[in-house]
Design a protein around this ligand. Sequence first.
Ligand SMILES: C[S@@+](CC[C@H](N)C(=O)[O-])C[C@H]1O[C@@H](n2cnc3c(N)ncnc32)[C@H](O)[C@@H]1O
Length: 236
Amino acid sequence: MFSPEGPSLRDLVVQALSSVEHGYDLLAPRFDHTPFRTPDSILDATADALRPLGPFGEGLDVCCGTGAGLRVLEAVCRGRSTGVDSSAGMLAEAGRAYPGAEWVRADARALPFAGAFDLAVSFGALGHFLPAERPALFAGVYRALRPGGVLALPVGAPPPISSPWYWVLAGFDAVMRVRNALWRPPFVMYYRTSPLTALRTELAAAGFTVTTEPLEPLGWREDGSPRCRLVLARRP
Ligand SMILES: C[S@@+](CC[C@H](N)C(=O)[O-])C[C@H]1O[C@@H](n2cnc3c(N)ncnc32)[C@H](O)[C@@H]1O
């Protein structure tokens, strides 16, 4: 699938029938050859948007996977970079790509940091958290940041109902709901459970001051709205 170095269809099915942690352990060696790894265009647009707010000190990549977000942290942070993820396999790949960074294995719903970072980023991972789990995730990031610290999250605009992507994502979520009703352990990954309005409300409830800005290099939709916004949640 995706490319000769990428996972086979069988690999993806085995991953989808595993737990999130074990599934990513299995996928890790081939993850960078899948579309699930955040593309450099999104990383670079995020770094461009953060640069005027920086430079930052210490940076944290939440659900870092193989380390995609380090490209952003290294561009805008002067201090140490840390990645946190629950998959040992993904962290091993990240450690190979960025040996100078720190890699921590932990569940993002119980982050083990307090007042340690000036910037936190997270890419491509919100769908792994049920809405009921996000307050613990955001409270942990809030705790991990120093006062004045910022959490940056790129959030894509949902495709309109007339777009084939609307139906692809809705179909994926429906298949995952059936899978999770019938099979244990669950594999939580839903594309349509993190709308911008809910995120803003939940981040504000966690204590953040929330703003958004368009990621202009990623372009605009036909209705004039941005394809992707950067959510900036600042710990006062
Ligand atoms: C789609 S990958 C994204 C990886 C990377 N951020 C990127 O953009 O390429 C999602 C990552 O979230 C991690 N993850 C999922 N649930 C997690 C949790 N509860 N705690 C920590 N990491 C988690 C997975 O192990 C995986 O590495």
